[in-house]
Design a protein around this ligand. Structure first.
Ligand code: C5P
Length: 401
């Protein structure tokens, strides 16, 4: 499975002759399972029509910043949050200059300023324009802001010149984008993630559970894989698919999850407990389906083991990270759990908002460790997971020193 599978790629197309090649780029990204939204500048539309990109990407093309209807459908802030990565291909000399200046007078430049997703550009221009000092100075500015520069390649140009300035071929751009999602911060490190809800049986057909979709846990497992770790994922019941390079174990109840976690925990360096484990289970699971004879019934519940605490209490404990889903006093409650469960870090997120948290594709979070904390504003769970993994990796590496 490609590292681009399920990634949200925002492609910016600016007005260069290489714009036609970006159609192939979209097609290849789609083949690899990426979701693609295309944003075109006005001049790009002189080279190629939005309809072409719409047909290939399967999404309407975005081009106007001040169009009320387009903003209502998917506004510039929404697009900025949606993106796991932004690639501008082709990137003209003009678009590089505008990016370097931090301009925000069209949809594409505004999204670039509003997004904290990684930004890459594939320059495409005449060789003299590329080697011009103005462009080279803009290039240095963009590099100093950690903007990825893909190419340009050398060769014959549309204008007949020969030299540097050709846009990289779509295949090469795709390869570099894949590498963007495959950094090696945790190379050789073994990570275990728990995800999803647990189901606690009442009788053979009924159970107690919660609204966890598993999306955050699966995104964390994927982000750990992209960081170069070997990853095992212990998942409660959910309808998600994991990358086939992740070692996946399915469990149903908290007790099963506990057993699966402890079967391998001695080999684990980092344990990330994202699962929404049911705190209680039914004391006596009925062997047959309960009949509705009386107006009310009473179920006696007993406490489930706290899997995360049991891991963090091990003598040779892995670097242990918890998740705290809270509906109130977010930081206060999370900090208490950090201490009481003896964790290295805790990720606190609110689950009472309809547009993020459980089941949503979006989330925001505050990560707490020691006396410190870091806030991550709302973005896709995949993007948030990647940011969280970088922070976890940094602290894990520091801890080992
Ligand atoms: O105490 P609370 O359930 O809010 O703690 C949340 C954290 O503890 C999560 O990381 C969750 O995965 C973990 N947990 C656990 N076993 C339980 C309850 C919670 O591992 N029985």
């Amino acid at each position: 499975m490609s590292f681009l599978h399920n990634k949200n790629i925002l492609l910016g197309v600016t007005g260069g002759i290489a714009a036609y090649k970006s159609v192939v780029l979209v097609r290849r990204l789609k083949e690899l399972g990426a979701n693609v939204q295309v944003v075109m500048t006005e001049s790009a539309q002189e080279f190629i029509t939005p309809l072409t990109f719409q047909a290939i990407s399967g999404n309407p093309v975005h081009s106007s910043l001040l169009d009320v209807e387009a903003e209502a459908a998917m506004g510039h802030i929404e697009l900025a949050r949606w993106a796991d990565a932004i690639i501008i291909a082709p990137a003209t000399a003009n678009s590089m200059a505008r990016l370097a200046n931090g301009e925000a007078d069209d949809l594409l430049t505004t999204i670039c300023l509003a997004s904290n997703a990684p930004l890459a550009i594939a320059p495409s221009m005449n060789q003299a324009m590329w080697s011009n000092r103005a462009t080279q100075e803009n290039l240095q500015t963009l590099k100093s802001r950690d903007i990825e520069i893909y190419g340009p390649a050398s060769g014959e140009q549309a204008c007949g010149d020969v030299g540097e300035g050709r846009m990289l071929e779509p295949e090469d751009i795709v390869e570099k984008l894949e590498a963007l999602f495959n950094h090696q911060l945790l190379s050789g490190v073994r990570v275990m993630v728990t995800a999803g809800p647990t189901q606690e049986a009442i009788d053979p057909v009924r159970y107690i559970s919660n609204h966890s979709s598993g999306k955050m846990g699966y995104a964390i497992a994927q982000a750990a894989l992209e960081a170069g770790a070997s990853v095992s994922l212990i998942s409660g019941p959910c309808a998600l698919q994991a990358n086939n390079r992740i070692q996946l174990t399915h469990v149903v109840s908290a007790e099963e999850m506990m057993t699966a976690v402890h079967a391998d925990i001695n080999d684990i360096d980092i344990f990330i407990s994202v699962a929404a484990v049911a705190d209680y289970r039914v004391k006596q699971v009925a062997e047959q389906k309960l009949k509705k004879h009386s107006d009310s019934i009473t179920l006696e519940l007993v406490k489930n083991p706290d899997i995360l605490s049991s891991v963090a209490a091990l003598d040779d404990k892995p670097f242990s990270v918890g998740f705290a889903a809270e509906t109130e006093k977010l930081e206060e409650h999370a900090r208490q759990k950090l201490v009481s469960k003896k964790l290295d870090m805790i990720v606190a997120n609110r689950v009472d908002k309809s547009d993020s948290g459980f089941n949503s594709d979006y989330n925001s979070a505050t990560v707490i460790w020691g006396d410190d904390s870091q806030r991550f504003e709302k973005s896709t769970k995949s993007r948030l997971a990647s940011d969280l993994l970088q922070l976890i990796a940094k602290h894990y590496i520091n801890n080992k020193r």
